[in-house]
Ligand binder design. Structure first.
Ligand code: LLP
Length: 483
């Protein structure tokens, strides 16, 4: 463990041709891998142009940053995933494209041109500190759901006055920190309002609050990620609005009402749904303003879906989303806050695994990999589809069959994909689960003592850098030291 730490802290630049290393050397290899430009150019030459071009045509088909090239290998921004596998600290691991993160933020920024706005990145989607620092430098604010997320946002350099604290169970201690730092706080319930008032008194600061109104619009998504319907545990019911307005009025030294917030759910693929909610929300804003409140912010939450299926579907872009509410926002002279998580980070990453073996039981074929529900739980928890591919060309004689792709965890719920048509992979083949940037590493556990994996990203210049150490067995033992 000590050795691997030392290694990762002494980045050395390797020429790309030395990437093709035998795996028995991998444990002593340093990161960072920095391909020399000649080799990088020749890699580029073999990749279809569309994969490498930076500015993408607006709307149209989704371009993915992990793509199979004509040589049958998978590349991320010109870097062969197989090469990264050879030198990674351990497998499985997460591999991101930093340029894709930038492109995703730029798409939102361009969509928001002409509006006063805050892009509040929802940290719950992915809390890697290096990624947060990058998003902060690109001009994002942050959306938080715990005091620790707030502390991390501060560490990453986010401006707290461009941060929003959400949640149906915010605790007093975290609210005090939010009040001290000047974060926007969403009021979620009667008791939440009471706690925010108490926090304001403790911090000696007035809190800028938004009312999280539950607009009761069906987001048409999996019930576990729907939040804006009337039986949801989040937000306040509109019929209680007057009570909350009266309470805010009754606490002029503690609360300043600055806006209204809603969040309908996640993985939404129809922008009409956002528009329906925004229409209701501006009506509430009209009503609130008519009572003398000077409120300026409309927060429409996050929730835009992405192309998990990789079928070439045309999905709404950030521009489509913003355009559907732009006129409403203008008509009331509002500042718009959006809270994207998934649509900023999901498609920037693959979860990279190695095939342990292939087996058949009854009528089922299984590809068993080293990754599992412990590192990536979305398929098990939501029956979510995430596209799966091999990172290298299969042997010419390999048969294509229907497989469940499963991990080694002691649960039948441990699968990454079901009924996938794939070439039968030899042992050791690399296999990726796509779109793993959001709600994958941040939801990872150490179940079965599978320690949380390391993370890497491909930099703008095509070099690969480790952005989080893998957890180790020693890390686990540390929780028992001194007991
Ligand atoms: N704002 C609020 C108040 C939220 O509750 C969420 C997500 C977001 C913003 C960001 O939503 P996004 O743009 O990422 O869809 N674990 C689930 C997703 C849970 C989302 C929870 N709330 C999954 O893996 O799909």
């Amino acid at each position: 463990m000590a050795a691997s730490n030392l290694i990762s802290q002494t980045p050395i630049t390797l020429p790309a041709k030395s990437l093709n290393l035998s795996s028995n050397l991998s444990h002593i290899l340093p990161f960072k891998i920095k391909p020399i430009s000649r080799t990088f150019t020749s890699l580029k030459a073999r990749i279809p142009r569309a994969v490498l071009s930076t500015p993408e045509p607006k709307t149209q088909k989704v371009q993915h940053c992990f793509t199979k090239s004509e040589d049958g290998f998978m590349y991320c921004e010109g870097v062969k995933v197989q090469d990264v596998m050879e030198v990674a600290e351990k497998r499985p691991f997460y591999l991101y494209s930093k340029p894709q993160i930038t492109r995703n933020v730029e798409a939102y920024k361009e969509a928001l041109e002409g509006l006063n706005s805050i892009i509040g990145y929802a940290i719950k989607a992915n809390n890697n500190l290096k990624i947060l620092e990058h998003l902060q430098k690109l001009g994002c604010g942050a959306v938080l759901v715990s005091g620790n997320e707030l502390k991390l946002a501060l560490r990453a350099g986010f401006d707290p006055t461009r941060c929003v604290f959400n949640g149906n169970g915010k605790i007093l201690e975290d609210l005090v920190l939010a009040a001290q730092e000047g974060v926007f706080v969403n009021i979620d319930s009667e008791f939440d309002l009471e706690n925010i008032v108490a926090a304001a008194r403790i911090a000696g600061k007035k809190v800028n609050v938004l009312l999280r109104i539950n607009p009761d619009v069906d987001p048409q998504v999996h019930p576990y990620v729907a939040t804006g319907n009337k039986n949801s545990k989040f937000g306040i019911r509109n019929e209680k609005l007057q009570w909350f307005l009266d309470e805010v009025k009754a606490h002029p030294n503690e609360l300043k009402l600055v806006g209204a917030h809603c969040h309908l759910g996640s993985t939404i693929t129809k922008v009409d749904i956002f528009r329906d909610a925004a229409v209701l929300m501006v009506n509430y804003i009209d009503e609130i303003r008519s009572q003398g409140f000077e409120i300026d912010y409309l927060n429409i939450g996050g929730g835009l879906g992405i192309d998990y299926y990789h079928t070439g579907a045309v999905l709404p872009t950030p521009r489509d989303l913003i355009n559907t509410v732009r006129e409403l926002v203008f008509s009331r002279n509002l500042n718009l806050i959006i809270e994207p998580g998934r649509s900023l980070i999901a498609n920037t990453c693959c979860f990279v695994n190695r095939v342990t073996g292939v087996k058949t039981n009854g009528t089922k074929n299984f590809i068993v990999i080293d990754g599992s529900m412990a590192e990536l739980i979305r398929p098990s928890l939501y029956d979510a589809y995430q596209h799966i591919e091999l990172v290298s060309p299969p042997p010419p004689d390999s048969e294509v069959s229907t497989f469940d792709v499963v991990g080694p965890v002691c649960e039948s719920a441990d699968f990454l994909g079901k009924d996938r048509e794939l070439p039968t992979p030899p042992k050791g083949t690399g296999l990726v689960v796509h779109d793993a940037g959001a709600y994958c590493m941040s939801m990872a556990s150490t179940y079965n003592l599978k320690m949380r994996p390391p993370e890497y990203w491909v930099e703008d210049d095509g070099s690969v850098t480790k952005i989080r150490h893998g957890e180790t067995f020693e890390d686990h033992l540390r929780f028992f030291e001194g007991l």
